[in-house]
Design a protein around this ligand. Structure first.
Ligand code: ADP
Ligand code: MG
Length: 400
């Protein structure tokens, strides 16, 4: 279902309450380590301000757990935002109350006001109705551009939206929904998913839903070892989610065997004596993992097998590093698969990457602009691809 966007409502002269995702990483000194998320929201803010709306922005930052934590103030973000846009940016150290209402009401068209971290209030994550009503007083229409938190029914993402007739998606939200829902609806085939990362537990719903929709899933990373266990292979001291072994077995059976099988597991892997960069490590065939060793990356043969599937694909979704990529000795699999995905993008393949660590890996390799779409929403994009409804999206006006 398509959602209305900022383009579909009258905004000139109105006060737009806009949820954005300014949950930026901070350095130890409290500076902004990476302003990607602020830049990602600029299009919506600029559009609204240029059209003559006053824009009241709300966001969370970190996990202050319902209490004021000066280290997680959005003030630093307000400064940075002011540098990035040409409209005046104001900041207020609260989200609700008389002062805030006065300030919001006094905004001129084209002015922007950033509220303090919404998670300084207990009511935010509890989706408290009273808190939502207090927030709603600040604007006369609502826009949500915080795709990254759309899977949470919080006061500023969901509760508050119900209180407006006009509740629409921002442009970042619009683009994320278009791309990710497009993957589920009408992908150009073959459609190959590359999955990896740490634990099966967080990804099993994804494997399950994608099995019905993709042509193939290639699985690397820590996830692979629970699948190996499920088919009776020894995995030494590799990462295994014992309780998911039966479900993995079921999925393996569903995926079939032989040439037409849907799930491809690594044929070799790099094993290390410890999960540490500077210890003995070597490549072994899957099935030959020594008892005391730990699988830390996919091997060269596996990279070739995965590559063969990727170069035949027309659509690719990637989530989860292929190994412990934070350790240089075990980053090769992730690096080479990322490179293949960048190369096929150049050949016209639609490539989508989602997940916090996968996107971090892509950034580290300077390949983020070499894929079709980098999803800014880690958990939200995975839940959407799992087939779940996102409360922050559901609540928005349907278009037409
Ligand atoms: P994303 O954030 O992209 O969804 P995850 O959070 O699921 O990815 O997984 C990322 C983590 O998985 C990384 O910290 C990486 O070190 C870890 N990982 C990858 N392969 C392995 C492995 N073989 N054993 C243990 N951890 C692994
Ligand atoms: Mg992660």
């Amino acid at each position: 279902m398509r959602k209305k966007t900022l383009r579909d409502i009258e905004i000139a002269g109105r006060k737009i309450l806009m949820r954005v995702d300014f949950n930026v990483p901070l350095t130890k000194d409290g500076d902004i380590a990476d302003d990607t998320r602020i830049r990602a929201a600029l299009e919506s803010i600029d559009f609204a301000a240029k059209k003559g709306a006053s824009v009241i922005l709300m966001s969370h930052l970190g996990r202050p757990k319902g209490a004021v934590d000066p280290a997680l103030s959005l003030k630093v973000v307000a400064y940075r935002l002011g540098e990035l846009i040409s409209h005046p940016v104001r900041f207020i150290e609260a989200c609700i109350g008389e002062e805030v209402e006065k300030k919001a009401a006094s905004l001129a068209p084209g002015e922007v006001l950033l509220l303090e971290n919404v998670r300084f209030y207990e009511g935010e994550t509890k989706n408290d109705q009273v808190f939502a009503r207090q927030l709603a007083r600040l604007g006369d229409c609502f826009s949500n551009d915080a795709f990254g938190t759309a899977h949470r029914a919080h006061a500023s993402t969901e509760g508050v939206a119900h209180l407006f007739d006009d509740r629409v998606a921002g442009f970042l939200m619009e683009r994320e929904l278009e791309v990710l829902e497009g993957l589920l609806a009408e992908p150009e085939r073959p459609f190959v998913a590359v999955l990896g990362g740490a634990k099966v537990s967080g990804k099993i719903g994804l494997v399950k839903n994608l099995l019905d929709r993709v042509d193939r899933i290639v699985i690397g990373g820590g996830m692979a070892y629970t699948f190996f266990k499920a088919v009776g292979l020894e995995v030494g001291r590799s990462l295994v989610d014992e309780e998911y072994i039966p479900l993995c077995r079921e999925l393996m059976e569903k995926a079939g065997s032989g040439k037409e099988r849907q799930i491809f597991l690594p044929v070799d892997c790099i094993v290390a004596s410890e999960a540490d960069n500077d210890v003995p490590h070597k490549t072994v065939s899957t099935g030959d993992i020594p008892e005391d060793w730990i699988g830390v990356d996919i091997g060269e043969k596996t990279i070739e097998v995965f590559k063969e599937e990727l170069v035949r694909a027309r659509t690719v979704f990637w989530n989860g590093p292929m190994g412990i990529f934070e350790m240089p000795n075990y980053a090769g699999g992730t690096r080479k698969i990322a490179k293949v995905i960048a190369d096929i993008t150049e050949e016209g393949v639609m490539t989508v990457v989602g997940g916090g660590d996968s996107v971090a890996a892509l950034n580290q390799l300077h390949l983020a602009d070499k894929v079709t779409h980098v999803s800014t929403g880690g958990g939200a994009s995975l839940e959407l691809l799992e087939g779940k409804k996102l409360p922050g999206v559901e609540v928005l006006n349907d278009s037409g």
